[in-house]
Design a binder for this molecule. Structure first.
Ligand code: ADP
Length: 267
């Protein structure tokens, strides 16, 4: 190899080196800001339930526990607060594993319709409290075999269904359809006729802790990680997630999956 000694080439190389270093430092700086923000968000999320639990315990210690009814009521509320903490920590654990790439996907072939049905069964109570109808669009089939990690996909559908009930209207509908797509793919759509999301929020919706209505959503008791987890799981499968929404009309979240060949059976 020729050794370049002429000044012009050397200058160029030095400049390029400096530029690369600058980019590297900039990337590190952004990452560091991101990390600090993440930790700040976690503390913020944990504080509300922690203070709630602490409040009930202190009141009990202060003598309120003498009355058996009050004691039970406060212990129940403290226990709910602890449940919420566990829920948030579980979501944090999941998102961390997903981001570190520490989550081995366990691929099998399974019936996605059955998974949708499972999720509907699990959330029937929650839906009926708001009189939300859970509807499975049966246009296509009773059995659609897909190739993916069943447990994780159930988590994806769960998070989307929970949101559609949470942000859907009273007496509304949550509808799921599974349709064939080109090239051995299916698309799963979760649609609600709820409050909808305005366009400016859509690009950031899948970020950790991003919320449209900061105060309102927290009352509803999520972790702010639901959609970030959904996106990670879908992308870990090398698939895509989409959202379409209109304020006052409703939202549709959809994601693709690989189907096991000839998985649509004729009725
Ligand atoms: P959260 O715990 O706040 O529900 P998510 O990550 O699941 O966290 O959702 C992020 C935000 O996206 C929610 O706070 C809400 O503002 C908005 N969102 C999610 N799903 C829907 C939906 N189906 N309809 C309207 N808004 C939604």
């Amino acid at each position: 190899e020729a050794i370049t000694t002429d000044m012009a080439t050397l200058t160029k190389e030095v400049e390029k080196f400096a530029k690369d270093k600058k980019l590297e430092i900039e990337t590190l700086r952004i990452r560091e800001t991101y990390r600090k923000e993440f930790i700040g968000n976690i503390s913020h999320e944990l504080k509300t339930p922690l203070f709630t639990v602490q409040g009930y315990i202190l009141t009990l210690l202060d003598g309120a526990g003498a009355d058996e009814k009050i004691r039970e009521k406060y212990l129940n509320r403290a226990s709910k607060g602890v449940d919420r903490l566990i829920y948030i920590v579980n979501d944090l654990d999941m998102i961390t594993k997903l981001e570190v790439g520490d989550l081995n996907l366990n691929y099998t072939s399974f019936n996605i319709i059955e998974v949708v049905q499972n999720v509907f069964d699990l959330f029937e109570m929650k839906a009926s409290k708001k009189n939300v109808a859970l509807v499975l669009d049966r246009e296509y089939d009773k059995e659609v075999l897909v190739y993916a990690d069943k447990e994780r996909i159930q988590q994806v559908i769960t998070n989307l269904v929970v949101n559609s009930i949470k942000y859907g209207q009273e007496n509304g509908t949550t509808e799921i359809s599974v349709e064939p797509l080109i090239k051995n793919k299916v698309i799963v759509r979760v649609t609600d006729n709820g409050e909808g999301i305005s366009e400016e929020h859509l690009p950031r919706l899948f970020e950790r802790f991003y919320r449209v209505d900061k105060s309102g959503s927290r009352q509803e008791g999520g972790s702010g990680l639901g959609l970030a987890i959904v996106k990670h799981i879908v992308e870990a499968h090398d698939e895509r997630i989409y959202v379409e929404s209109e304020v006052g009309v409703g939202s549709e979240f959809s994601f693709t999956l690989e189907r096991t060949s000839s998985s649509f059976t004729e009725e």
